[in-house]
Design a protein around this ligand. Sequence first.
Ligand code: MYA
Length: 448
Amino acid sequence: MRRLALRLCTLNKELLIPGRGLTQGFQNPEKQRVFHMHEACSPIHVNHVRDKLREIVGVSTNWRDHMKAMEERKLLQSFLAKSQEGLPPRRMKDSYIEVLLPLGSQPELREKYLTVQNTIRFGRILEDLDSLGVLICYMHTRVHAAKMSPLSIVTALVDKIDMCKTSLSPEQDIKFSGHVSWVGKTSMEVKMQMFQLHGNEFCPVLDATFVMVARDSENKGPAFVNPLIPESPEEEELFRQGELNKGRRVTFSATSLLKMAPSAEERTTIHEMFLNTLDPKTVSFRSRVLPPNAVWMENSKLKSLEVCHPQERNIFNRIFGGFLMRKAYELGWATACNFGGSRPFVVAVDDIMFQKPVEVGSLLFLSSQVCFTKDNYIQVRVHSEVASLESKEHMTTNVFHFTFMSEKEVPLVFPRTYGESMLYLDGKRHFNSMSVPVKLRKDFSEAP
Ligand SMILES: CCCCCCCCCCCCCC(=O)SCCNC(=O)CCNC(=O)[C@H](O)C(C)(C)COP(=O)(O)OP(=O)(O)OC[C@H]1O[C@@H](n2cnc3c(N)ncnc32)[C@H](O)[C@@H]1OP(=O)(O)O
């Protein structure tokens, strides 16, 4: 145990070696969102993020030892705080990390990230962001006296990922940075950014906001996290934004179409779409025909099945959230590609809620469909549910929302049933909540 405490302290030191900050490449200070972090660490290599997480949590690398490792974690329960006030406050820079994915300088890394069109697999980026988000939270909550972290930190929500560049080169270095930007009692909001080398500058390509939740050593109940003290007006603004985000999520969830009827405007939209599909040759509500350049929503569906092997486990012996996101994203991408008839780019991801952990050995059923389109944009929803081999009972674990942009204008998608109409409106709400179409930087766009 003492050995592990030392290891954790070494980890913290390793992460905080003063050196070149990520912001150095910027000419324009307005592009920076790294507040007073210039004195922070040199980047760690992307391959070390998972190693560090393993060390912090003390997991075994062999599946056959996983029960023993979990037994050892039970001993850490006594290190958990009884209240949040009993924990020392932390600053944003305490959790600030930079991670390097040196695709340019280490070509052997490229294979894992490469698409056939010579761009970067976004699913792999989702995995890296997920691991990085968890590591950031361990930096915020680190306990110097404890041998390993008594906390199990899980991803609760991918609140938003906005892309500011349509395609990324697999031949240029990438850097990630991030820090805790807001905390509740047991939850933490993490802001991350991704940059790619463009000439001599690291230019921003992606902004992400995740919410992580701290659980006890055995991942059975909630656990308190250290308070966060903003230190400057910019940090206060970030913290305030975190509070607002929490309020926005509550409102979004309270007005969900699963709980409340659509608004008058939304009802009009659906009725107009319904009228547009009535056959003018018959006087019947049942005889429906598609308008030109339109597709029935049910015909946009694609499905897949994954067997969740131990290799895909996370540090808590459940299925890694990043793996679930990668699989859902790739099915969503295929759905958009199939629908739009040309190669789509992801422009936004939002509101991926991890409702239930996925056990190793489960069957993961993914079902994807286009639920809204506009001009070149395709809004895709992927629903995931699991069943254990024994019970066969299906349970929803996640709903994923992806916004893609196609190279050319795409057909309209038409709902046929009431349920599909609600999917359409939900897709439209997600599409409208996206900030990207206005922000997408044309100057960075590249041919695919
Ligand atoms: C060798 C091994 C291999 C190693 C590989 C390394 C890979 C690297 C792996 C890296 C690891 C990668 C990581 C992974 O792979 S984690 C795997 C993916 N994630 C999961 O499996 C999580 C599944 N979900 C759950 O377990 C529960 O739903 C959770 C625990 C999330 C909430 O449960 P529950 O609802 O019962 O909790 P509560 O009511 O007590 O609330 C607790 C707090 O949570 C806040 N909250 C809740 N929901 C949301 C939400 N949607 N948005 C925002 N906030 C939310 C809530 O406000 C409250 O905050 P506060 O008011 O206290 O502040």
